[in-house]
Ligand binder design. Sequence first.
Ligand code: FE2
Length: 437
Amino acid sequence: MTTDSPRGTPLQKFEEEDLPGGRIPKERYTSHEFAQREWEQMWTRTWLLAGPVSDLPTTGSYFTFEIGDESILVVRSAADRISAFYNVCQHRASRVVTKPGCGHTGAFVCPYHLWAYDLDGRLSRVPDREDFGAGLAEGTRLPQVRTDTWGGFVFVNLDPAAAPLEEYLGVVPDHLDPYDFENNYALAQDMTFEWECNWKIGVDAFNEVYHVQGIHPELLDISDDVDCPVDLLGLHSRFLFHVLRPSPRWTDERARREGYRDRHELTAQVRDILKNMGVDPDGFEGDMRHVRKAMMMRLRELGGQGGLDFSQLNDEQLWMDVHYFLFPNVTFNISPGHFWLFRHRPNPRDPNRMFWDFQEYQRIPRGAERPSRPEHVHAVWGDGRENEIHLALRQDGDAAGPLQQGMRSRGFEGLVLAHQERRIRHFHMNLDRYLEG
Ligand SMILES: [Fe+2]
């Protein structure tokens, strides 16, 4: 470790709690009744990532967050204050903000009868107010929702009695703050896809690397899907995916079949990665065993040139894919130059469907002006917009949807999980903790 990496993300193995065994019942993925229990016992009691703070740049900036049947209105109500309210007019239940997404306003005016609420959610104007007589109480307002921030993200909690966010996140801020998501990264892509599966299939899809050999075989020459340390971190979990180190499944024989001398020869995609980093692959001295160190040094060099600041990351993080799951529904897939955020939301009408939110954040130089926010895209998976995202994510999405049909099959009893898939088991165990109160 170099001296200019003071802390970084702790990468040692953490002690692990024992997990229950047995199959995971498939009904958890298909039953309306189970989904209703999840709503009442879990979704309405946990801290949920609502959106990025960067969507609230000035007083009056707002965005909506849709979860279950609720729409939550998140607003910068003053320069130093973020508030959240149920997005429902207290008159006749209209949504106050009818178009989901971000915006900016001086007041929230319900389009139905033009009731107006100020940025603190207080009812400020009612046409023909005297016509309501005593029926309209003084102090009527949009009901408040608890909110707090961490890492450049706004979280909300529908439970007024829930423990604070800081407690809920446990060790996660300590682990991920070195990335400084808020200041070092800017939103570059923002999409929501409708998937034909339960929201937990979305969660599961990213909580193991056992599937790499099956659906991402093209990753085997550049990533180690076998030695992928897992840590269970209370409610949350992580794995550390070693990139730029070939899988043991990328054997000499396999490499030769693909036209390489042996498993250590630089492959076409590694050469591309080097080129993108400004390193000439033809002049590169060494083979795959030397790429990680070269990458690490190159990123340090870029940081030294005053571009991107990697000084808070340790050397391993400069080539590793650091992968965290935040209970109940957020996946962080973090490389030094960018990170992906996946958010898995249930479809409140149907446990067989979900919304998969995909956001990419790109590293920006310190102090640089933030690029303008991309338009949010909402699409049905398979309609073509998925071609705009990374191949591996398309493969994950293609695989996830059809699993739901299998879950409904009379010929399937429930999930059987390997040790390397224990983040999925851990997730179900934590879900049970909420369901059982
Ligand atoms: Fe995958």
